[in-house]
Design a protein around this ligand. Structure first.
Ligand SMILES: [Zn+2]
Length: 225
């Protein structure tokens, strides 16, 4: 399954991407994670990306597209992949079509109040990228990852005021992307206001019934959290 998971910040696309990735053993590719890794490693690409992020600017399309292209050429993508947070612009969506043909675009959305509530409680593991929520899905030990014991972090861009702005920017940029996939008949829309445990069952069923998800689970008992 070659999938893109799109949606505003706080909608939960990372949680869903992580679920399908672990259950079906296909890579969960987040451009944000790749950027953060490159910056942390101090690579040449990381230096370039950091300049944009430090200025509060978006990383230009040509750089993002190059990063994605390189990643999709890795052999672990041969049974499929889940792109999380890409494409963000119409230009990126068209560039992705040049790289490969995707099977589905899953659009996950929630109202802004829910996004703010969720993100302000969100902590992530910098090592395995698992996502926790202090209210709904807290780690067993105080701010430590359940799986590898790494200290959990809160991203600065999850602050409520920053979230409001990210949300607005997201809709301005990504409306054309959503319309683009809708016109191509590739769009599945998921209202994630209710419980993720219920929503994921419905999404998985839809993907299987439509013949999009044909893989056998490698880890059948994976849970959404
Ligand atoms: Zn971890």
């Amino acid at each position: 399954m070659k999938a893109v998971f799109i949606g505003p910040p706080g909608a939960g696309k990372g949680t869903y991407a992580s679920y399908f990735s672990r259950k079906y053993c296909i890579p969960h590719i987040s451009t944000g994670d790749i950027f953060r890794d490159e910056i942390a490693k101090g690579t040449e690409l990381g230096e370039i990306i950091k300049k944009y992020i430090d200025k509060g600017e978006l990383v230009p399309d040509d750089i993002v597209i190059e990063v994605v292209k390189k990643r999709l050429n890795q052999p672990d993508t041969r049974n499929g992949f889940i792109l999380d947070g890409f494409p963000r612009t119409l230009n990126q969506a068209k560039a992705l079509d040049e790289i490969t043909q995707i099977d589905v675009a899953v659009y996950i959305y929630v109202p802004i109040e829910i996004a703010i509530e969720r993100l302000s409680n969100r902590y992530i593991c910098p090592k395995c990228h698992r996502i926790y929520n202090l209210k709904f899905n807290p780690p067993k030990n105080d701010l430590r990852c359940d799986y590898d014991g790494e200290k959990l972090i809160r991203r600065p861009d999850d602050e409520p005021e920053v979230v409001k702005n990210r949300y607005k920017v997201y809709y301005e940029q990504s409306h054309p992307v959503i319309d683009y996939y809708r016109r191509k008949n590739l769009l599945i829309e998921v209202d994630n206001s209710s419980s993720a445990e219920i929503v994921v069952v419905l999404l998985e069923k839809t993907l299987i019934e439509r013949g999009i998800l044909k893989l056998k689970p490698c880890n059948p008992n994976v849970s959404i959290r």
